[in-house]
Design a protein around this ligand. Structure first.
Ligand code: NI
Length: 262
């Protein structure tokens, strides 16, 4: 199965845009951001077979033009309605764009509202949608299994077995899932942030995980185990707010990350 994703970048500015200008910076997006305009990224994922002549699942220009002609005007409508939420927007787009590319199936829409915050509609899961936010913490850890000898630990973990530990700037992505409430929200963003701060960030940030964080006193703080511990700390906290935690992804470095879900 092929899934093709195209990110369409655009701004919604105060006052009318000038479509006759045409795109002048495809990297920065179109309509071009002007003044204090709002910037959006919409990632469209289509599923389907390839056209034998072109080798394309879909010409990306067709994806761009549909988004620009049909999706962007809806943002304006949403902003003017006073019920503008990312959750409401992707739900509306999913409905509006479901048949926009005949022959290919719209599988997923992801609205990036900031580099750290995104809202996703997986079409097969509607009316459930997902909201993700990125967080960071800095911490020290040591990879060491006390059941093994010193030499075995060194062989297994190398430099990561350094007796005094070493540090990482961890990034974590927390994704929850549910149906938006009457205000078009899954959860108030500040409450979301507060839950993660209180249950994870305050506990882990600027700590030595092996020594100062109870969950790792008898658990090796690999990136895999950190993802699982974060998930298990957050799941009951989110459940208390009536929201389902979907997954937790932890980046130990830009090259290594682990996603955990149950
Ligand atoms: Ni490490």
């Amino acid at each position: 199965m092929f899934q093709l994703t195209r990110e369409v970048r655009f701004a919604v500015n105060d006052g009318p845009d000038k479509p006759a200008d045409g795109p002048t910076n495809g990297f920065g997006g179109y309509p071009t951001i002007r003044g204090l305009g709002r910037y959006f990224e919409l990632r469209v994922t289509l599923e389907g077979a390839l056209d034998p002549q072109s080798g394309y699942l879909r010409n990306i220009r067709e994806i761009d033009s549909v988004v620009r002609q049909r999706a962007i005007p809806l943002v304006r409508g949403q902003l003017e309605s006073g019920r503008a939420t990312g959750e409401a927007m992707v739900t509306r787009w999913a409905d509006e764009l479901a048949d926009a590319w005949p022959g290919a199936k719209l599988a997923r829409l992801e609205l990036g509202l900031s580099p750290q915050f995104s809202v996703v509609a997986v079409l097969s899961e509607l009316p459930m949608i997902q909201v993700s936010q990125m967080f960071e913490f800095s911490a020290a850890h040591r990879l060491h299994n006390p059941a093994l000898s010193g030499d075995e630990n060194l062989r297994l973990y190398g430099k990561c077995n350094n007796p005094h530990g070493h540090g990482h700037n961890y990034e974590i992505k927390v994704t929850m899932r549910g149906e938006p409430d009457e205000n078009g929200l899954l959860i108030d963003t500040v409450r979301f942030e507060r839950l993660v701060k209180q249950n994870v960030i305050d506990k882990f940030d600027h700590k030595h995980l092996n020594i100062e964080v109870n969950e790792f006193l008898n658990l090796i703080p690999t990136v895999e185990n950190i993802a699982k511990v974060v998930y298990q700390l957050l799941r009951p906290a989110f459940a208390g707010e009536g929201v389902q935690l979907s997954s937790v992804t932890v980046w130990e470095t830009p090259k290594t990350w682990c996603e955990y879900s149950e």
